[in-house]
Design a binder for this molecule. Structure first.
Ligand code: HEM
Length: 176
């Protein structure tokens, strides 16, 4: 029989990653990008961002593993076949965008030699990261990820408050 809720490890990872992603997107946009590389505050901003981004990458890989290894509730329905097909596609797109976001961040940091500069104090930051191709990917994927997270939240709220089907309890702790 299919369970009523997702596995508790997946539930914990879902809410932890939701929080971490929203904070990383907000701080990435309003702090990391906004502080010029010439500012003395930039190294500290990059340290926090790179550690958080690396953690997001590891936790997302762990989450994918747990998702594939555990059983989950039957697909939720909206009463509309097209919307019902869109839901799993959006979920896999979210995983893909997070991996692209973290992957482009790692690629940018390797190309710019950031691990040594930011954590080892060896060398200096370039004037900016604009010449590095992964920098453009990181910026575009950030906007796509914000859009996908917005759609995901809107869909969850639609289920919970308009269809009143108790969808959120599937991503909650309790008897499975
Ligand atoms: C999923 C995890 C991550 C999220 C959500 C995230 C989010 C962001 C956002 C929103 C920006 C501003 C982009 C823009 O508007 O153009 C940014 C910039 C940046 N991120 Fe990330 N990031 C992540 C992972 C990483 C990782 C793993 C690294 C490096 C190891 C990294 C390094 C950078 C750098 C170097 C910048 C550019 C700052 C600048 O232009 O001065 N990010 N990030």
């Amino acid at each position: 029989m299919q369970p009523k809720r997702y596995h508790r490890a997946l539930v914990a990872l879902h809410w932890l990653l939701a929080l971490m992603l929203i904070v990383a997107l907000a701080l990435g946009t309003f702090v990391v990008k906004a502080v010029p590389n010439s500012s003395p505050d930039k190294i500290g901003a990059l340290q926090g961002h790179m550690i958080a981004g690396g953690l997001i990458l590891l936790l997302t890989l762990l989450r994918l593993f747990v998702r594939l290894k555990t059983d989950h509730p039957a697909p939720a329905t909206t009463g509309n076949t097209l919307l019902d097909r869109l839901a799993p596609a959006t979920h896999w797109t979210l995983y893909l965008l997070v991996l692209l976001m973290a992957g482009s961040g790692v690629a940018m940091s390797v190309l710019a030699g950031l691990p040594g500069i930011v954590f080892g104090g060896v060398g200096t930051l370039p004037a900016n990261f604009d010449a590095l191709p992964p920098r453009a990917v990181h910026g575009i994927v950030a906007k796509l990820l914000m859009l996908a997270i917005g759609l995901h939240i809107a869909a969850a709220l639609y289920h919970q408050f308009i269809r009143r089907d108790g969808l959120l309890s599937r991503m909650g702790f309790g008897q499975r």
